[in-house]
Structure formats: C-alpha cells, structure tokens
Design a protein around this ligand. Structure first.
Ligand code: ADP
Ligand code: MG
Ligand code: ZN
Length: 632
C-alpha cells in the first residue's frame, strides 16, 4: 500500500536542525577569518606603548627612523621589523626633556638620509574611531544584511517573515505548494465534494465570481466523526485547485504564553495573504474554537485571545483575494457561535460515516495501492465493515497486506481482508492458548446459542461466521453477523431480537451446560446499553413512551450521554431495562430448549472445526430435528 496516500500527510517540510543556525555559523566564520587573516594584511603596522627610557635607548642605539612629536606624545618607528614583517610604531609620553630635539637631530639613524626624520605623519594604527567602525560596526552591518537576506529567502518558502519579526511567535507554518491529493483519493462523500468543488472553482478563477459581484464563502467547516476523511478532503481541495496549502492544527495555537497563539494567527493570515490564492486549513479547530463561556474557572485567556484574533482576521481579510479557510472538527456543538456566523465559517460540510456503497468505493481506492487478487468480493467485505469509517477501512486494507506478507503471499487475498476485519474487531488470533475440553464445549454452545437465537428470531443480520478461536482481545469466540444491505432505521422488534440474540450465549450455557460463566460479560454490557438507549432515547418503552430521558453530548465521539430526569425516574429506568433484558433472555432460553438437537449438532461441528461459516450453520439448523444427528 502506498502509505503516502493513506496517512494524513505531514505537510510541513521537515527542516534539518542546522537550517536555522547555519547563517550564524557562516557569519561567525567570516568574522574570525577577517580578524585572524585579513587584519594583519590590511594593516602593516601596529602601535605599541613603551616608556620614555626605551625611546632614548633606541635613539642612542641609532635605531630610530622617524619621529613625530605631538602635544604630549612621541610616536616613533624603528627600523626593525617584527616577526611577521610588520612595522611597529611605538608611542611614549613626552617628558620634560629640553635637549631632546637637539639630540634627535644629531643621532644616527638607519634611514636613507642617515639621520632621524621628523615626520609629519607616522604610519601608525587607525584612530580608535576608525578602528571601532572597521572591526565592530562593519561586520555587524554585513552580518545584518546577510542574515536578513537569508530570512527573506526562507520567507519566500513560507518561513517566519523577516528578521525583525523573528521570535514574535515562533510560528513555523509552511505552505505545501504542491499537494498531490485530489478528489479521486476521497471516495464517497459526494455531497461534500460537490460543496467544495465550488471553492475549487473559485480558487481557479476568482474573477468570474467577483465580476458578477458575488462574494464567496470565506470558510467551510468540515464536520463529522473521526476518520471520515476531513483532513483528506481539505488537502484534496488544495490539490484540485493547485494552490498552496497552509495546514495547522488548532492545538498548535495553544501556547504557553498569553498572546503567542494570537500572534501565530496573525502570522498565518499575513503569510496566506502574501500567497493568495491559497487555502488555510485549521484541523481540529475545537481546540481554539471552543465556546467562550463565563464558567467559574476563570476562563482561558490564551485560548480566548487566540479565538478573538482568529475572528478578527477572518473579518479583516478580503475574500476576493482568494484565501479560503477550511476547518475540521468532530465536535461542532462545542464551537463558539461567533465562528459559525455568516462571513466566517458559513458553509458547513457534513462528512458522515460511509454507507455500504461508500465503503465499497473507499475499499476500491485503497485496494488500488496494494496488489490483490482479482476475485475479491468488495461487497462482502464492505458489508462486514458496517459502521466503519474511511480510516478503519484504510487500516483494514493495510492489515490485510501485512497479513499477506506474513503468509508469504505476494498478493492480498479475500481471506486476508476477512481475517483483518476480525483482527480489527476482535483482536488477533491467539494461538497456543490452552483451553480445556470442558471450556471449549461451553464456548461452542455459547456461540451457537447466539447464532441460533439470531437465526430463529429473524429481524437481525444473517450469521456470517462462528468461531471459537480465542482472540488477543480476550474474546474466546464470536459470532459474526453481516447485514445483507444497509439499514438506516431499526424497528423496535429488531432491537428486541438483537437483545435476545445477545442473551443467547448465556441462555445456551444455562439451558444446555447447566452453568453460567463469565464469558457473557461483553454480551451483558451491550444488551444493557441497547436496552437503556431504547428506553431513554428511542422512546420504545411502554412506560415512558416518547420522553427524552437522556441528552447526548459529542454525537461524533462515541456519544456520551447524561441523564436528564428525576432520581426516581432514573431508578425506574433501571427497572425497565432489567425487564427488557429479562424478556429477551426468556425468549432465548425457549428457542434454545426447542432446538436442542440442532444446537448439539452445530456445537459438535464447531468444536471439531473451530470455525464454521454461516451457510454451514444454516444447513445444520434447517435440518429437521430427527435427521440432524447425521449432519456433517
Ligand atoms: P479525519 O480528519 O476525518 O479524522 P482523515 O482525513 O485523517 O480523517 O482520514 C484518515 C485516513 O482515512 C485518510 O488518510 C484515508 O486514508 C482514509 N480515509 C478516510 N476517509 C476516506 C475516504 N472517503 N476515501 C478514502 N480514504 C479515506
Ligand atoms: Mg483529521
Ligand atoms: Zn457471547
């Protein structure tokens, strides 16, 4: 599988650690080079202080070449050169020495004339001011220009603006200039694509819209459960429109210091303005877009400032320039109302979990990236994955490819996909776990119990597979039911038979094996949840009818609920739930007792083969009781 296509791509070009530092290093090297080598070459003399005594001594030795007497200083040079060929000029204080000039004019000197030259000027080192300019200011200026140029260069690649704004926010927002993702990579989600197509068109050809006077929506909010392709489709918009793509996650705005997030927002928008037309994508916007509230916790200044800045920027920029803002969230109900009003994220693009057709399409897209057998039944796989998101499907295809490699095959086969669905749903097969014969018998009856109740009650999905191979998730076996089609609505009758099916395992244990085990804990949990939902949200209890007793928070994230009723009612709900499950259990026990012969036959086959298919199972239980003993 081509992982580039699968993973939400990291769109920031990773920069090596040294990239930010190398201008400094180069500048430092230049400076050292300058001081170490160039200085001695440029200046062929240096100034040394000495005392008056040394001076007269040099005079007496006849070494002095030139002398310059200033107000209270005497500069003189001598003939000797020091080690590296430089002339040294000495300076010494002027003494009260009346005969000095006389003595100097008489003294011998190595100069051409043979006597000391009274110089107008002696080549000594630059004045301290020149010095300062040359050695400190010039490199500084050079350094500044050099660095500035570097920063500008980086700025063109979407870096942090210019040198002066360096450190303002530390924002490293890189535009991805060539997004490869296109709408073809996003399967299903046709409504979303349609809405976004308009934006693509706008980015292609803004004048067409502005000429007529239309102003396009500034932003679109992608809303939906995790893994439905929100990030993917945002990239695809950029890829389709061939514009730069600024992608940043909401949490990246949340900074340690108040004001940093806000300045990051400013940076982002100013960069985007420079690069227009382009797309800004803020992933998981709920991190900053949470409703501002006056709760007692003192609020979160930093987050609020960031949000305010975002609102201001969204108002401030001119949508005619062609900057489109996309944002994604899976908690739309948490967002601040101000974000959603017209002129900001005024479009809402709903990304739902894929339906059967959508799952098949997504499966196709992802199978394109792996070598697979021709005869794979997409339909069956897609049906087995009811309720999965696009990300789940991508994951399952990848798991299947990994399994194919593990099995030493070169192409992915149907069984790889089926097994990987099971792996994702129930954990990997757990080989070598020792289970006693007695336990295996109970597990077999338990699973057959589920399947039997499901088959006899009808109204629930047909049994696809029953297995007693233990899984790493702790499941000791399971019954897999696969819907034959897509179902949007569930009737009360169907839900009740679902509860009965869930109790079928325990019912079989009790009726046939005469014991009850811990193996039913997951069934119990699911049945309870379902029954409770029926009472509190689906209005399916006789007692409360259509009364909402629970409110759902975060519908896209598992849907936590909170009770919204009096404590007495809450206790009563428990009663209703208990009754509902008990009814289901009675039904299940009756079915199992009535089909004892078929139960035995099916369980025997399951014990022997560990896995039986839905068809085999149906053949067994459709055989009349008198004949079932011979079924194989
Ligand atoms: P979200 O942002 O909604 O949580 P992502 O866009 O990050 O989800 O999706 C994660 C991965 O799932 C994608 O990289 C892609 O491989 C896969 N995926 C999700 N939805 C689709 C889809 N409609 N078509 C193809 N692949 C999808
Ligand atoms: Mg995402
Ligand atoms: Zn069970």
């Amino acid at each position: 599988m081509n992982t580039n296509q699968q993973q939400p791509q990291d769109n920031r070009q990773r920069k090596p650690w040294y990239s930010a530092w190398w201008p400094f290093v180069v500048a430092l090297c230049l400076l050292l080079l300058f001081n170490g080598f160039l200085q001695p070459l440029l200046v062929r003399s240096q100034l040394k202080e000495t005392d008056y005594g040394t001076f007269t001594q040099y005079v007496n030795q006849g070494k002095v070449e030139k002398v310059l007497i200033e107000d209270n200083k005497i500069y003189f040079s001598i003939a000797e050169e020091d080690g590296d060929g430089r002339r040294t000029t000495y300076v010494t204080g002027q003494m009260d020495d009346p005969g000095l000039v006389q003595r100097l004019s008489e003294a011998a000197s190595p100069s051409e004339t043979g006597h000391i030259v009274f110089a107008q000027e002696i080549p000594h080192e630059n004045s301290p001011i020149t010095n300062f300019l040359l050695w400190w200011v010039l490199p500084g200026v050079l350094f500044y220009f050099f660095f500035n140029m570097m920063m500008k260069k980086m700025g063109q690649r979407g870096g942090a603006g210019n040198f002066m704004s360096f450190g303002q926010s530390g924002a490293k927002i890189y535009a991805d200039n060539e997004v490869k993702t296109t709408f073809a990579d996003v399967a299903g989600q046709d409504e979303a694509k349609e809405t976004l197509q308009e934006m693509v068109d706008f980015l292609h050809n803004p004048t067409k819209y502005t000429e007529i006077g239309a102003s396009l929506p500034k932003g679109a909010l992608l809303v939906g459960p995790p893994g439905t392709g929100k990030t993917l489709i945002a990239r695809a918009v950029a890829g389709e429109a061939h514009v730069p793509f600024f992608s940043i996650s909401g949490s990246e705005f949340v900074q340690m210091f108040v004001g940093m997030g806000a300045s990051k927002v400013r940076d982002l928008f100013s960069q985007a303005n420079e690069k227009a037309p382009c797309i800004i994508f803020i992933d998981e916007i709920d991190a900053i877009g949470k409703r501002r509230d006056s709760s007692g916790y003192g609020g979160n200044d930093e987050r609020e400032q960031t949000l305010n800045q975002l609102l201001t920027e969204m108002d401030g920029f001119d949508s005619r320039k062609g900057v489109v803002i996309l944002a994604a969230t899976n908690r739309p109900e948490m967002l601040d109302k101000a974000l959603l009003r017209p002129g900001r994220f005024d479009r809402r693009v709903q990304m739902e979990l894929p339906d059967l057709e959508g799952r098949m399409a997504i499966l196709k897209v992802h199978l394109k990236h792996v070598k697979h057998e021709e005869n794979i039944s997409l339909d069956l796989i897609a049906r087995a994955m009811a309720g999965s998101s696009g990300a789940d499907i991508a994951n399952i295809v990848n798991e299947a490819a990994l399994r194919a490699v593990r099995m030493g095959r070169e192409v992915v086969a149907q069984q790889d996909l089926e097994e990987s669905i099971e792996t994702v749903m129930a954990g990997a097969q757990r080989k070598g776990k020792m289970i006693s014969e007695q336990e295996r018998r109970i597990i077999s009856y338990h699973e057959i119990g589920h399947a039997m109740v499901a088959a006899r009650l009808g109204g629930s999905a047909p049994v696809h597979k029953i297995t007693i191979v233990p899984r790493t998730s702790g499941a000791l076996g399971y019954t897999m039911q696969v819907d034959s089609g897509e179902q949007v609505l569930m009737s009360k009758k169907e839900l009740l038979s679902r509860i009965a099916t869930l109790t079928g395992g325990r019912a079989a244990e009790e009726v046939i094996c005469g014991t009850v085990t811990t193996g039913a804990s997951n069934d119990i949990e699911q049945a309870t949840k379902l029954a409770r939902t029926m009472v509190t949200r689906y209005g399916m209890s006789d007692k409360y009818g259509m009364m909402a007793l629970e409110t759902v928070n975060g519908a896209y994230l598992g849907g936590d609920t909170s009770l919204a009723c009096a404590p007495d009612t809450a206790a009563d709900i428990d009663n209703e739930v208990r009754q509902m499950i008990a009814d289901g259990y009675e039904k299940a026990k009756k079915i199992i007792a009535d089909n004892r012969a078929q139960m035995d036959a099916a369980a025997r086959i399951l014990l022997e083969k560990e896995t039986i298919t839905g068809e085999e199972f149906m053949r067994v239980i459709d055989t009349p009781a008198q004949l079932v003993g011979e079924t194989r």
